[in-house]
Design a protein around this ligand. Structure first.
Ligand SMILES: NC(=O)c1ccc[n+]([C@@H]2O[C@H](COP(=O)([O-])OP(=O)(O)OC[C@H]3O[C@@H](n4cnc5c(N)ncnc54)[C@H](O)[C@@H]3O)[C@@H](O)[C@H]2O)c1
Length: 315
């Protein structure tokens, strides 16, 4: 298939693109390259540096599938410049959907977020529950979903609400829970846990990228799907990391008491089976750090990097 991927040079995209190429697809990777580009050249890969806010100018004729990953990707980054966040993470979704639909793209896969639910008391957060997004980031995801669903008679719309992703990518993110705690243990010998009781869902980067491939291969499963398999507390994650690294754990008051569990039975019923765990992600990071492949770099923290390079000032 001919696949167009936005945000392709990001944390997820950098793992996803080689998998798509391996499956024999032709891929166009589109990204503004805020965090650089770690994709390797390939005969079937075309890499385009561009701003998704101008995606209406890009010719999407001939593409079968769009995978939309680009966004200002987390709560604090989204708060830096809400106008930019809404343009990049929501208005651009509308331009992309309109362009894709006019260009007869058959399938549109969207990386939403499990954070659209906000704070929920339910033990199991399923797709039918009402959304209560808190941050600008969460709200752009909810509105983007609604925009995309309005195209469901024109394209197959598949919306994935991933849990927090963990594990290694050549474009690494160390600002996501498991990765953050693991790097603290490796770099400082000490893990600082804020609160610790908060339960959050997780998904390994190999699994979330396999989820997107699963939907490419199963375009009959339309609609919205949660994707997260291990609902565990931050303290449990810290304990797992500590057991493997001997790092000490320091508990400090929490600035983010959100606690929730997502239920992904709907995804499992489509035949998807996760193959990795949080523990795998921690062990893989430890091994790569000890081999000198994984480093603690500023660009691995989205907020620090956006602030340092004033990326939020984009006109
Ligand atoms: N990583 C997670 O834990 C997680 C969880 C749930 C949902 N998501 C969503 O999945 C998607 C991918 O996340 P990620 O972790 O790979 O984030 P990331 O920040 O590593 O990647 C986002 C990419 O979008 C690109 N981008 C930003 N603005 C752009 C613009 N104007 N034009 C073109 N490209 C632009 C960036 O350069 C970056 O490469 C995001 O939409 C994110 O919200 C991520």
């Amino acid at each position: 298939m001919n696949i167009f991927v936005t945000g392709a040079c990001g944390y997820k995209g950098t793992v996803l693109i080689p998998k798509l190429l391996k499956e024999g697809h032709k891929v166009t990777a589109f990204d503004i390259m805020w965090f650089g580009n770690n994709l390797k050249a390939h005969d079937n890969l075309s890499i385009v540096e561009g701003d998704v806010r101008k995606i209406n100018e890009f010719d999407l004729n001939g593409f079968d599938t769009v995978i939309h990953l680009s966004s200002v990707a987390n709560d604090p980054c989204g708060d830096l410049n809400p106008k930019l966040t809404w343009e990049v993470s929501c208005l651009a979704t509308m331009l992309l959907a309109e362009n894709a639909s006019k260009s007869n793209v058959d399938q549109f896969i969207y990386a939403s977020s499990g954070s659209v639910y906000g704070v929920k008391d339910e033990d199991d957060v399923t797709e039918e529950l009402e959304l209560d997004p808190i941050s600008e980031y969460n709200k752009t995801k909810m509105v983007s979903e609604r925009v995309l669903l309005s195209y469901k008679d024109k394209m197959k719309i598949q919306i994935i609400r991933p849990a927090t992703v963990c594990g290694y990518s050549d474009r690494m993110r160390l600002d996501v829970a498991v990765n953050l705690l693991t790097m603290q243990a490796l770099n400082k010998g000490k893990i600082t846990v804020l609160g610790g009781d908060q339960t959050r869902p997780n998904i390994h980067i190999d699994d979330i990228t396999d989820v997107y491939i699963h939907f490419i291969n199963n375009s009959n499963f339309e609609g919205i799907y949660n994707a997260g398999f291990e609902n565990i507390s931050i303290l449990d994650i810290a304990n797992m990391v500590s057991l493997k690294t001997n790092a000490e754990i320091e508990i400090m008051p929490s600035n983010d008491p959100r606690s929730y569990r997502i239920n992904s039975d709907k995804l499992l019923k489509t035949g998807f089976k996760p193959s990795k765990t949080v523990e795998n992600a921690i062990q893989e990071m430890i091994d790569l750090y000890r081999n000198g492949v994984l480093e603690d770099l500023e660009e691995n923290y989205n907020l620090k990097w956006m602030e340092k390079n004033k990326l939020y000032n984009l006109d």
